[in-house]
Design a protein around this ligand. Structure first.
Ligand code: 5GP
Length: 175
């Protein structure tokens, strides 16, 4: 058994995602957002939260990776860039999890040179213990301890993304 019982349940996730969406709707009232889902990990979170945000949204995606199995490679690769022109637009990035912060810092710096009116980050999970760069998400679903988690879009070796909850993953069988 590699995946433990739910660490964040479907119900906890549902209610927190609604809270985040309400907060974002309030903060961006009167504005349009370019909402960028960072794939693959954020696909489930992104699909859930955009349904609940009450301001006009222009949806886009960016595909990036820096992890092999459970370790960051430190090198960020953008496999597919956004298609929207973000100059003078309000951009909100949706990420599954911030760990070292390297991935999002790279993506943020890459997009900032295109001169958006604003660029903020909404991370479903935040693991602060390994942060290597200065990066603070503007919206966070849950701050979690230093554990490797899967489910709700997050993977181990591209598996477990379809679990509807978050579980702790271990490479041994001692759960
Ligand atoms: P960072 O660059 O902040 O170290 O890592 C960000 C990326 O690493 C995330 O988008 C995610 O793909 C992956 N990652 C970091 N921690 C975890 C984790 O606990 N579980 C999974 N499945 N992926 C993680």
């Amino acid at each position: 058994m590699l995946v433990g019982k739910p660490f964040l349940t479907v119900e906890q996730i549902r209610s927190r995602v609604k809270e985040l969406a309400d907060r974002i709707s309030m903060d961006y009232k009167g504005n349009e957002i370019i909402a960028v889902g960072i794939l693959k990990g954020a696909f489930m979170f992104f699909a859930d939260i955009v349904k609940l945000i009450q301001v006009p949204i222009n949806v886009d995606f960016l595909v990036a990776s820096s992890y092999i199995k459970t370790r960051t490679t430190g090198e960020v690769i953008i496999h597919a860039d956004i298609r929207e022109n973000i100059k003078d637009k309000h951009v909100l990035l949706f990420e599954d999890i911030v760990d070292t912060g390297v991935t999002l810092k790279y993506i943020k710096d890459t997009l900032l040179v295109r001169n958006p009116a604003s660029l903020k980050i909404c991370a479903f999970l935040d693991k602060k213990t390994h942060r290597q760069v200065e990066l603070e998400p503007d919206y966070v679903g849950f701050a979690i301890p230093d554990k490797y988690v899967v489910g709700y879009g997050l993977d181990y070796d591209n598996k477990y993304r379809n679990l509807p909850y978050i579980a702790v993953f271990k490479e041994d069988s001692s759960l």
